[in-house]
Design a protein around this ligand. Structure first.
Ligand code: ZN
Length: 118
């Protein structure tokens, strides 16, 4: 696990998936289903899983049908950041890695950047 505050992803901590009282972690998928787009608050987001371990999504993506943004799920953590805190380089690497499983519309015209860009 990365040290706290190591990068912007610490905003979305794995602690999200636990409550103080519950002995069992809340199913990650249930939590992913309640997330809204940080830009326009659209809900629900479309969830695609690329790599799953038991019920936990290791790698996947959340898609906002309203503004066309995609939000990578990396190492179980949804990266729900506004555009100015996103890493274009990491997002493009993510698109490149999963382009065979992503909808063509996301690869070619997803926001805030895509593989069709300059
Ligand atoms: Zn949106």
């Amino acid at each position: 696990m990365r040290p706290a505050g190591a990068n912007e992803r610490s905003l979305a901590s794995k602690n999200w998936f636990y409550t103080e009282d519950a002995e069992e972690p809340i199913m990650q998928r249930k939590l992913l289903e309640i997330l809204a787009c940080p830009i326009d608050k659209h809900h629900p987001l479309e969830l695609l899983d690329f790599s799953v371990n038991n019920q936990t999504i290791i790698e996947g993506v959340l898609l906002c049908s309203q503004c066309g943004r995609y939000y990578p799920i990396i190492d179980e953590i949804p990266v729900m950041l506004p555009d100015n805190l996103r890493s274009r380089k990491e997002d493009l690497e993510f698109l490149e890695k999963w382009k065979a499983k992503l909808p063509e519309s996301v690869v070619q015209s997803g926001k805030p950047w895509n593989l069709n860009g300059p």
